[in-house]
Design a protein around this ligand. Structure first.
Ligand code: B3K
Ligand code: ZN
Length: 844
């Protein structure tokens, strides 16, 4: 496979003024007729005419009406063309029913659907399938199916056809088509300038009662983008469609967003509070792409973070405004550490803007998305809120209709603020998570914080230059009062000191407030100081972080030295839980422990070889100690935070349920599962039903409830996904591979549905002690299934290979077993480009 480099970028030889597509839909023999107006690009270096095309059967091609015979290449075709504007026409045949990769035009449960990002349009017709070729699309769909949708506004429809016109020039990756027997949940929205927009959520019959929440989320998003970013919607209609078979969460096609049904369908009986929050965020994310992604798109796929980092940042701002900002920040950091730090510390580490790739679908990563969003947050912290707003206005003004780059993005900040951002750009170019170590001293009323930054080498990047790091700091005096409120220190050197004068006593520092930079903070601090911050810090993130550090250190001491659970931690946690002035959602988060995978990385940083079973054991022991230590408090919390009023998926109720359920998980270790069973039996919403089921499974008392749950929900595929994953996520490590294997034999298991595949094999990969079991059974089972899935769906296969990305952490036996599996994958004849690239990078 060929590697593509950012440095090799050249402008397209031909530009497209308009595209007319006609689809004659048929499961096996869909015909796609195209009529494309090309003109030579004056800025291009060459005049070679090349159109991408894969798995297409070309019936005929014409240039300006005359039949031509193009030369076929592996990835498309070339042809002699006039040195002047011309019309290209082609007639190709494709088979949607044979398309199991879910890229291009495919059929899912009887409905036609498309997924074109990143390079799926070339599986629909011959086209310059690159984001810097933007054009106006007109689409005619011919089919007997009742609902026929494409991008833009509807222009005509009649018996067996519909026509759509999208006036906004767009790259081919934003094209979409949907056809099926669908039902809509309609609504309307009036934009701030008074434009009336028709809104629809389209679903399969039977799902219409799960649309209301998504629709509210859409309207809130539309309003929020007007209020906060001044961005208005720009078409007469906005359609959302739910599709069962989908590789990712959702897709922002212009005016026709297509969603994995798990990311839009919601009801209290079938969705958890976490599902509701996620659905609201994804609806917002895809909607926000209309400006950050669609109106301003990416010049090439190396610039992916331009739209994804910014849009994730925008959706996290939205969630913070709709719900609780501190809770959202803590949740985001937990996710960042769990997925992005893990990626940054392993063989798949890559810059937020990568400089090479083989298969771009392998770069829709936590680094591009979540770290990309962190970079936007740092920029905003560095320039301030007003300058951020000014820079964004300039960005929309200057680049509307463009296919832009990270250079363009940074330039608007430089122009709006007069700042030089060349050092900041390193965040986009250098992979790896900086370690920020800090020491302090106090003399004559002056307190000095001394920082040192250091980023470990990553694949292809041995040397790292110092980055600009915004470090938000506050200082507390020994009584717990804040003496220096949050101040942003701007670190630019490899080592740098900052001084605070006029202090009466040595303060306690609260460093990296609100997690002001995506770094690993290393500080030799005492548990007394952490407990002090947990009790007194005014910054909610650092308050939580202090508790997390206590938990982490306690666990590390248990694992490394066989220490007993730390009484200081248990007391401090108990004090937090008792404090009814604290948001219940915050307290629920404070009860969480660091992830087991996260602990493994901490041990690696300490020079140890982590033993996944020892980590699991330590976590179990600590949870048991928590349950015992707080056995008087927990039942009170559990009773106090029962929600009596009818279910609402809002932050207040969700926070109360989260706290009660966190208490239940510990109570159920002491009462033989009695309370969990009682909650299971009376639950009238999925949040409580699932939490109770998890407790019962974790306690080995789940058999009856697991069967009851299946009987109750067997016709609801999204709930059954939860049933598959929960049995693995909460099982004993010794049984994880066996349980996962048995579930892959279940009649309801199918690898053709990515949700079901992830619910099963993804749950195994997400159970560190089960997956990394010394028997190697977890490795073997996952590999068996990756090999089966690869010919069917390379994208989902390749993504799941990242389960192996941490292999270098482990002992020689585990390493050898994983390497053997990776080699088994690489040896499969015809292995996809996606999986080949992933496994090759992981192995190196
Ligand atoms: N842009 C899409 C992801 C496309 C995935 C291509 N493999 C969803 C999103 O980020 O909004
Ligand atoms: Zn996105």
């Amino acid at each position: 496979p060929q590697t593509i480099y950012l440095k090799d970028y050249t402008p397209p030889s031909y530009l497209v003024d308009s595209v007319h597509l006609t689809f004659r839909l048929s499961p096996e023999h869909t015909r796609v007729l195209s009529r494309i107006a090309f003109r030579p690009n004056p800025d291009a270096a060459t005049k070679d005419f090349f159109l991408h095309g894969e798995e297409l059967r070309l019936h005929s091609a014409r240039i300006d009406g005359a039949e031509v015979s193009p030369q076929m290449t592996l990835e498309g075709l070339t042809c002699e063309v006039p040195d002047a504007p011309f019309i290209w026409e082609s007639d190709v045949e494709i088979s949607p029913i044979a398309n199991t990769a879910l890229e291009g035009l495919y059929i899912s449960n009887g409905m036609y659907s498309t997924q074109c990002e990143a390079q799926g349009f070339r599986k629909i017709t011959y086209y310059p399938d690159r984001p810097d070729v933007m054009s106006v699309f007109t689409v005619r769909i011919e089919s007997d199916l009742p609902v026929l949708l494409s991008n833009g506004n509807p222009v005509a429809q009649g018996d067996g056809f519909a026509e759509w016109h999208d006036p906004w020039p767009k790259p081919a990756y934003l094209f979409a088509l949907v056809a099926g027997e669908l039902i809509n949940h309609p609504d309307r929205f009036t934009t701030k300038s008074g434009k009336d927009v028709e809104l629809n959520i389209w679903v399969r019959p039977g799902d219409e009662d799960k649309c209301a929440f998504g629709m509210e989320a859409l309207k809130k998003s539309m309003k929020w983008d007007e209020d906060v970013y001044g961005r208005e919607y720009d078409l007469d209609i906005f359609n959302i469609v739910a599709v069962d078979d989908f590789n990712m969460g959702a897709m922002e096609n212009k005016g026709l967003n297509i969603f994995n049904s798990s990311c839009v369908l919601a009801s209290p009986q079938t969705s958890t509070d976490a599902n509701f929050e996620r659905i609201e965020a994804i609806i917002a994310h895809e909607y926000f792409h209309n400006w950050t992604g669609n109106r301003i798109t990416c010049r090439d796929w190396f610039q992916l973070c331009l739209k994804e980092g910014l849009t994730v940042y925008r959706d996290s701002q939205f969630t913070s405004d709709m719900r609780s900002a501190p809770v959202k920040r803590i949740e985001d950091v937990i996710a960042l550490r769990g997925r992005q730090f893990r990626e940054d510390n392993g063989p798949l580490a890559h810059p937020v803007r990568p400089d090479s790739f083989v298969e771009i679908n392998n770069f829709y990563t936590a680094t591009v998305y979540e770290k990309g969003a962190e970079l936007i947050g740092m920029l905003k912290t560095l320039v301030g809120d007003d300058s951020y707003a000014k820079a964004l206005d300039l960005y929309f003004d200057r680049h509307d209709g463009d296919a832009a780059t990270i250079e363009d993005w940074l330039k608007v900040f430089e122009d709006a603020t007069g700042r030089d951002l060349s050092q900041f750009k390193r965040w986009y170019e250098q992979a790896g998570t900086p370690r920020l170590s800090v020491s302090d001293s106090f003399e004559d009323g002056s307190y000095v914080l001394h920082f040192k930054q250091d980023t470990p080498a990553t694949p292809g990047q041995d040397q790292k230059d110092p980055r600009v790091i915004p470090i938000a700091v506050g200082l507390l005096n020994p009584n717990g009062d804040e003496v220096v409120p949050t101040t942003v220190l701007e670190m630019t050197e490899a080592e740098q000191s900052f001084r605070f004068d006029g202090l009466a006593a040595k303060p306690v520092p609260s460093i990296l407030r609100d997690f002001s930079a995506p770094v690993i903070l290393q500080r030799d601090s005492t548990n007394e100081e952490r407990a002090f911050l947990l009790a007194h810090d005014t910054d909610p993130f650092n308050k939580w972080e202090a508790g997390r550090a206590l938990a982490r250190n306690g666990l590390i001491a248990m694992i490394r030295d066989g220490a007993a659970p730390d009484a200081g931690y248990l007391n401090a946690l108990q004090a937090v839980l008792r404090d009814d002035g604290l948001d219940p959602a915050f307290r629920a988060l404070a009860m969480g422990l660091p992830g087991q995978d996260d602990l493994a990385q901490t041990l690696v940083d300490l020079g140890d070889v982590p033993d996944p079973m020892a980590i699991w054991q330590a976590v179990e022991t600590l949870k048991q100690a928590m349950a015992q230590h707080m056995q008087d408090l927990l039942p009170r919390i559990y009773a106090q935070y029962q929600v009596d009023s009818p279910y609402r998926p809002d932050a207040d109720q969700a926070g109360a349920r989260a706290l009660a359920n966190a208490a239940l998980a510990l109570i159920s270790r002491m009462d033989g599962g009695a309370q969990a069973q009682a909650q299971y039996d009376r639950a009238d919403n999925m949040t409580q039903q699932l939490a109770a089921l998890a407790c019962l499974i974790a306690d080995g008392k789940g058999n009856k409830a697991v069967q009851a749950f299946y009987d109750q929900w067997k016709t609801d595929r999204l709930v059954i996904d939860k049933w598959f994953s929960l049995q693995i996520a909460y099982c004993d490590p010794d049984q994880a591979a066996d349980i996962a294997r048995a579930l892959t034999d279940h009649a309801d298991f199918t690898m053709k549905n990515p949700n079901r595949f992830r619910a099963t094999l993804g749950a195994l990969a997400g159970h560190p002690a089960g997956f990394h079991h010394a028997s190697g059974a977890g490795y073997a089972l996952l590999t068996d299934w990756l090999l089966k899935l690869d010919p069917v769906n390379p994208q989902t296969t390749a993504r799941m290979c990242s389960a192996f990305e941490t292999w270098k952490r482990y002992d020689a036996d585990r390493q050898a077993m994983i390497l053997a599996q990776l080699d088994r994958i690489l040896a499969q004849p015809g292995l996809s480009r996606d999986t080949t690239e992933m496994v090759t990078r992981i192995r190196n």
